[in-house]
Write a protein that binds this ligand. Structure first.
Ligand code: F0G
Length: 460
C-alpha cells in the first residue's frame, strides 16, 4: 500500500505547562467582560490559545541554556555580536540594529526612509507596518496579485506582487515618491500565503530599473521558504536555509519580528545593506528602544534569538511546523468548513463570509465568530477582517477588506496533534449552530490599531 510518509516533530517534550478547563458559563461571563474581544480575555480563562504565533513559541533546551549566557552589559554585550553574526550568516544582511520587537524596527525604518506625501507599495498591508508608514506621512498601496483577495483561488503563490499594479503606480506618482517597496514573506493578512522566488526576482529587476529599494518584512521568511521548496520545481533540492538566504539577498533592508520564525518570546531587529540607513537607524534606536547593542532586548534574549535563528531554518523543523498547520486545515476541510486555501503556514483562516453568510460586514462577523469559538470550548482565535482593517484616514469610513477572516494561529512547538483534533471539533460544533449567531456593535473604538482594545456588545 502506498501512503504518504508522516512528518513528526524533530523534538520531544521535556517540560509541560498545565492547562485549565472552564465551563461554558465561565466563558460566557469572561467574553462579556472582555467586550467580545479575544485580545481582552485573561489567559487563565483560555484552554487552547491560538490567538497568535507571536511570542508564544516554546524554546529549545539549547535556547534556554543560552539564556544563562546572557551578558547584561549596557554596551557591547557579547550576545549582540553573536546575534549580528547569526543574521549575517543566515539572512545575508550586513548591518543590524536590534529592537524590542518588529514594530520597533518598522517605526525606525519608516521614520528614516519615508517623507510626507510618499507612497509605499506592498504585497498586502500588515496592521502595524501600515500604521508606521502612515504616521511617517506615507500612504500604503496594495500591489498584491488579485488572487490574494479571492478566497476561492487555489493559486500557490498568493503573496506575489502584481508587476502591472506596481509599474502603474510608479508611472502615476513617479519613482521619487516611492521610497521603497515593502515585501512580506508568508503574507500574514492573506492567510500566511507565500511569495515565489520567481516573482521576487522579477520584482528585483523592476525595482532596479527605477532605482527603488526593497524592504523585506521577514517575520515568517523560513515558512515562506518551505513553500518555495515544495512548490517551485527549481528549488526542490535546496535546503530551507539556502532559500532563506537567497530571498534575503534579493532585498535591501529588512524588519523582523523575532517573536515568530526565530522561536523566541520577545525581540526583533532591523537589518540593512546600506551604511547610511544603518547609521541613521542606529542613531534613532537610542531615542526609542535602547543602545544600539541591545535595542530593548536583554542580553539573554539576544542569545536565545541567535540560537533560534539557526534552529528556525532547519528543514525538519519547518516541515513539522507547516505540517501541523496543514493537518488542522485538512481536518476542517473534511468537516466542510470554509477556510482560505491553499492552507497557509502559521495558521488556518476561516472564511467568515461563507461561514456566516447571513451577517453583513457592518456587524463584524469575524469578531463575532472568534467570540463564539471561545464560548464553545475555550479556544482563543482572532479577528482579521473589518475591525483589523481600521478606518480610511481621509474619509473616516471603515476600510472594507474583501477578506473577512478568523485566524486560528498555531504557536511553534507548543500544541500536539490531539489539541488540533479538539480545535477542529470545536469549530465544527460552532459551524453546526452557525445560523443562530448574531452580530456585534462597538461600545468603544480606539483610534489606532483598534482591534487590540475595541469593546463590543451583542445585537439582540
Ligand atoms: N509584520 C508581520 C508580518 C507581523 O505578523 C507582525 C506581528 C509584525 C510585523 C509586527 O511585529 O508584533 O513583533 O511588533 N504580528 C503579530 C500577529 C502581532 O499576531 O500576527 P511585532
Amino acid at each position: 500500500m502506498h501512503r504518504e510518509k508522516s512528518w513528526a516533530e524533530p523534538w520531544k517534550i521535556k517540560m509541560v505547562e498545565h492547562l485549565r478547563m472552564t465551563t461554558k458559563e465561565d466563558r460566557i461571563e469572561a467574553i462579556k467582560e472582555a467586550g467580545y474581544n479575544t485580545f481582552l480575555l485573561k489567559s487563565k480563562d483560555v484552554y487552547i490559545d491560538l490567538l497568535t504565533d507571536s511570542g508564544t513559541n516554546a524554546m529549545s533546551d539549547v535556547q534556554w541554556a543560552g539564556m544563562m549566557l546572557g551578558d547584561e552589559a549596557y554596551a557591547g554585550s557579547r550576545n549582540f555580536y553573536h546575534l549580528e553574526s547569526a543574521i549575517q550568516k543566515y539572512y545575508s544582511y550586513k548591518y543590524v540594529v536590534p529592537t524590542h520587537q518588529g514594530r520597533g524596527a518598522e517605526h525606525i525604518l519608516s521614520q528614516t526612509l519615508i517623507q510626507e506625501g510618499d507612497f509605499i507599495p506592498g504585497n498586502m498591508y500588515f496592521t502595524t507596518t501600515r500604521l508606521h508608514q502612515e504616521l511617517a506621512g506615507g500612504t500604503f498601496v496594495d500591489v498584491i496579485v488579485d488572487e490574494a483577495h479571492d478566497t476561492e483561488s487555489e493559486f500557490p503563490f498568493k503573496g506575489n506582487v502584481d508587476m502591472n499594479k506596481l509599474e502603474d503606480l510608479i508611472k502615476r506618482v513617479g519613482p521619487d515618491k516611492i521610497p521603497y517597496v515593502c515585501i512580506a514573506t508568508s503574507v500574514n493578512m492573506a492567510g500566511g500565503q507565500p511569495i515565489s522566488m520567481a516573482n521576487l526576482k522579477e520584482l528585483r529587476e523592476l525595482t532596479n530599473k527605477y532605482g527603488i529599494p526593497i524592504v523585506h518584512d521577514m517575520t515568517r521568511v523560513a515558512e515562506n521558504a518551505w513553500f518555495i521548496k515544495v512548490r517551485e520545481k527549481e528549488y526542490e533540492n535546496h535546503t530551507v536555509a539556502q532559500i532563506v538566504y537567497e530571498i534575503c539577498t534579493l532585498t535591501d533592508h529588512a524588519t523582523m519580528s523575532a517573536k515568530k520564525d526565530p522561536i523566541v518570546n520577545i525581540g526583533g531587529f532591523l537589518a540593512t545593506n546600506d551604511e547610511e540607513v544603518y547609521k541613521k537607524s542606529q542613531n534613532m534606536v537610542v531615542i526609542y528602544e535602547g543602545l544600539h547593542t541591545y535595542g530593548g532586548m536583554a542580553g539573554r534574549d539576544m542569545e536565545a534569538l541567535s540560537i533560534g535563528i539557526e534552529e528556525s531554518v532547519q528543514d525538519a523543523h519547518i516541515r513539522a511546523r507547516v505540517g501541523q498547520t496543514t493537518y488542522l486545515g485538512e481536518k476542517l476541510i473534511d468537516y466542510g468548513i470554509p477556510i482560505i486555501r491553499p492552507i497557509g503556514s502559521h495558521g488556518v483562516f476561516l472564511d467568515v463570509k461563507k461561514f456566516l453568510p447571513h451577517l453583513s460586514q457592518d456587524v463584524f462577523p469575524a469578531q463575532t465568530l472568534a467570540a463564539e469559538i471561545y464560548i464553545q470550548n475555550g479556544v482563543r482565535t482572532m479577528e482579521r477582517g473589518i475591525v483589523s482593517a481600521g478606518r480610511n484616514k481621509e474619509t473616516g469610513d471603515h476600510n472594507r477588506p474583501n477578506l473577512e477572516l478568523v485566524r486560528i494561529t498555531i504557536p511553534r512547538r507548543v500544541y500536539t496533534q490531539a489539541h488540533m483534533d479538539v480545535v477542529a471539533e470545536c469549530i465544527d460544533d460552532v459551524f453546526e449552530r452557525r445560523e443562530k449567531i448574531k452580530g456585534l456593535k462597538f461600545t468603544y473604538e480606539p483610534e489606532h490599531l483598534r482591534f487590540f482594545q475595541a469593546r463590543f456588545k451583542t445585537i439582540d
